[in-house]
Design a protein around this ligand. Structure first.
Ligand SMILES: O=C(O)CCC(=O)C(=O)O
Ligand SMILES: [Fe+2]
Length: 243
């Protein structure tokens, strides 16, 4: 498979990216992944100082747990801490054989403030649940997966806010089956060079917002791999809409 990793920054722009500074002057980049999948990235979504204040609050006050999950027929400790918030009356979330307890937004008013900031940055989008992850060091990670659980509907929108240690976030096109044959590299090589790529890489900055939209969960997997050089804590919030 041809893998072309690129960090998205001004010095190394992605060929599929369109820069679209919003009214507020905050740079936002839209990456067209093709076939109706799209990522929006706002590196300076939150002012750094406010983001650090929120990082320290979340690190200390959130009731983090590291649950036992069930993957590939085995029980193992999830390789990161987690917590879950949801509005009342929604379908329960269950993943990898684990059903997290749903805390309420009222118990953590700062999460409501962050949610409001997300809603203001992407008008028209609404989120009613939140999965929090804490990566204590570079050996904490999230394996390849997509957030395509039925409760999010056919085209889930996921808004991801990152705090603390910068970590790499990877997106990789899912293999598809055509006439009984698994096709991994679906696009002609020539087109790959100039247009859509099979893989994308983002360094998710402290205070950044990244949004996955359209068919990204149906057609792409994502991961935050282990990184020996990541020595400090990263907290990530993924806002989701249960339909
Ligand atoms: O930590 C991240 O950036 C991603 C977390 C994630 O993919 C998830 O919670 O489903
Ligand atoms: Fe995810």
């Amino acid at each position: 498979m041809s893998s072309r990793f690129r960090g998205l920054d001004a010095a190394n722009p992605n060929p599929n990216a369109e820069s679209d500074p919003s009214d507020s002057g905050v740079r936002r980049t839209i990456i067209d992944l093709g076939d109706g999948s799209e990522v929006l990235y706002i590196p300076r979504f939150l002012p750094s100082e406010r983001a650090w204040a929120w990082f320290h609050y979340l690190d200390k006050e959130i009731p983090w747990t590291r649950p036992v999950i069930h993957v590939f027929g085995r029980h193992c400790l999830q390789p990161r801490d987690t917590c879950y918030i949801a509005s009342k009356g929604l379908t329960d979330l269950k993943y990898s054989g684990y059903q997290p307890h749903a805390y309420t937004w009222d118990e953590y008013p700062i999460l409501k403030e962050i949610l409001q900031a997300v809603h203001e940055a992407i008008p028209g989008s609404t989120f009613n649940s939140l999965l929090l992850n804490r990566y204590k060091c570079g050996s904490d990670y999230v394996a390849w997966h997509s957030d395509d659980e039925k409760l999010y509907g056919p085209t889930p929108e996921i808004a991801s806010v990152s705090f603390g240690c910068e970590r790499e976030f990877l997106l990789k096109k899912k293999p598809v089956k055509e006439e009984g044959i698994w096709i991994v590299d679906q696009l002609p090589k020539k087109r790959l060079k100039t247009s859509y790529q099979e893989q994308q890489s983002f360094m998710l900055k402290h205070g950044s917002l990244m949004v996955m939209r359209g068919y990204t969960q149906r057609d792409w997997n994502h991961s935050v791999p282990k990184r020996a050089k990541a020595v400090s804590v990263r907290i990530n919030l993924t806002f989701r809409q249960i339909v």
